[in-house]
Design a protein around this ligand. Sequence first.
Ligand SMILES: [Zn+2]
Length: 62
Amino acid sequence: MSEITIMPAPMRRWVTMCPCGASEIRAEEGPRWRMFTLRKLEEKRYHIHCHACGHANEQWIG
Ligand SMILES: [Zn+2]
């Protein structure tokens, strides 16, 4: 795994994981991500930035 990935988790939650080891689980309704910055580029496509290591990439979600 060389990219930050985001994937659905049980109970309407989302998991984001970075190759550096940073990860976070978030409920769909919030609160906001703390360890990552997600910026919506278009429908279902996001730019994800990891605060821990500075890595960033784009990811399709859903
Ligand atoms: Zn990272």
